[in-house]
Design a protein around this ligand. Sequence first.
Ligand code: GLU
Length: 128
Amino acid sequence: MCGIVAAIAQRNIVSILTDGLSKLEYRGYDSAGVAVIASAASTQIQTVRRTGRVAQLVAQISADKVAGTRGIGHTRWATHGGVTEANAHPHTSNNNIAVVHNGIIENHEELRAALQAKGYVFTSQTDT
Ligand code: GLU
């Protein structure tokens, strides 16, 4: 079962996200990721996703020097789409929104078709 964590503060919240994801590991997962922005005024979302353990995600976050004051994190238990980095959450659109979700979106094909008709591009095979 997946895990979701979110944080907002006046300091760097990346360790809050990753500590939260570590605490959720017991639920089981196959991949993990975070998306953060530097501040409320930021237009750039930094996203890091990895298959495997949260520790591998943390190592990549450290290497990429990811930091921010607002963010979301997710541990994924794949139901739709393989265990790949592209399918790991968070998923972004035009780098101005990032989403995670838990469980199954039953009408995802219908929603996907409607959004694709509006020009949205999907880069994962998930139901998110
Ligand atoms: N159905 C979504 C996926 O396969 C979310 C699974 C989960 O709850 O982690 O990515």
